[in-house]
Design a protein around this ligand. Structure first.
Ligand SMILES: Nc1ncnc2c1ncn2[C@@H]1O[C@H](COP(=O)(O)OP(=O)(O)OP(=O)(O)O)[C@@H](O)[C@H]1O
Length: 296
């Protein structure tokens, strides 16, 4: 399988503190991948390393086989939209489309114009006077016009209304299906992801907790509800990811490679959103409380 992006024990420190650590992940070609994790998990840091804006402090990241920080030629194949959609605010969308043609090898101005026209973005208004969501659409249109082989999007839908969000993700999937572009997008809006992404990377406190094809991940997890569990093995369960207990009952998120046959457990399937939330919940509670000097 061809991997577009490969990170191997990748690490980045800011002022001596690891923002990303031992990050090993491989992104297969042609996927729309979601990068999820709580605030401060290291998502932007990973994306900035992948587009060569940051230099790794440990390990390595390769995009199309090259290290982006050292090898800037690979950047022609990468489209990137940063979190704050930093387009030049004094320029109009039309001017930005024309400027893009001057600084990019491959440039599909017609594609950008068709997208912006369809979205009703005014061509001759400075983008600084557009709404946040309209600016995000301009930034995406410019990134797509570059005809990138890998598109990195840092929270692209955060400022979009629900309809625009759906349209954005649908058109993204359409454009990916047409061009074979691989996409890695960070998002906090989990409900959208199951429909639009087929690969998932879960980051938590700078490390990868889960990555793989969405269908495999969903098929490989179940929630079990049953009698109070004290760690004894359960037939059909590979690992317990998370456990919650009352005096008499336990609720477990488990990895399973087959059916759970023990009749004392009720087995529930999980949505992708439930699964991600279960992975993320409570994880750093102890460390965070210690950092603030208050009891957990
Ligand atoms: N320039 C910087 N200087 C110092 N620390 C930084 C810097 N940028 C990020 N950090 C820290 O690195 C960690 C990871 O930040 P990052 O922005 O990558 O997280 P994120 O997952 O993108 O968060 P969010 O969802 O809030 O955008 C955080 O603890 C953050 O405070």
């Amino acid at each position: 399988m061809e991997h577009v992006l490969e990170a191997e024990e990748l690490g980045k420190r800011y002022a001596g503190r690891w923002a990303l650590r031992d990050c090993t992940v491989r992104l297969p070609a042609g996927r729309v991948a979601a990068l999820v994790g709580p605030n401060g998990a290291g998502k932007s840091t990973l994306l900035h390393l992948a587009v060569g804006l940051l230099r790794p402090d440990a390990g390595e990241v390769r995009v199309f086989g090259a290290a982006p920080y050292e090898n800037t030629t690979v950047l022609a194949d990468i489209g990137f939209v940063a979190q704050d959609t930093p387009v030049y605010r004094d320029f109009t969308a039309d001017e930005l489309v024309r400027m893009g043609g001057k600084v990019n090898r491959r440039w599909d101005a017609a594609l950008a114009k068709a997208r912006l026209a369809q979205l009703g973005i005014p061509p001759r208004k400075p983008v600084g006077r557009l709404s946040g969501g309209q600016r995000a659409q301009v930034a995406l249109a410019l990134a797509l016009a570059k005809r990138p082989r890998l598109l990195l999007l840092d929270e692209p839908v955060a400022s979009l209304d629900p309809l625009a969000r759906r349209e954005f993700l649908q058109s993204l999937m359409g454009s990916v299906a047409e061009t074979g572009t691989t996409v890695l997008l960070s998002s906090h809006i989990l409900a959208d992801l199951e429909r639009s992404c087929d690969f998932l990377v879960v980051l938590q406190a700078g490390t990868v907790h889960l990555s793989g094809m969405v269908d495999d991940i969903v098929a490989g997890h179940r929630q079990l509800v049953g009698p109070r569990h004290h760690g004894e093995p359960i037939d059909g369960v590979g690992a317990v990811v998370r456990a919650r207990h009352t005096d008499r009952q336990s609720t477990l998120l488990v990895r399973t490679d087959g059916s759970v046959r023990d009749p004392s457990w009720t087995v529930h399937e999980l949505t992708l959103e439930d699964l991600i939330l279960a992975y993320l919940a409570d994880h750093d509670a102890q460390a965070n409380h210690e950092a603030w000097g208050v009891p957990a």
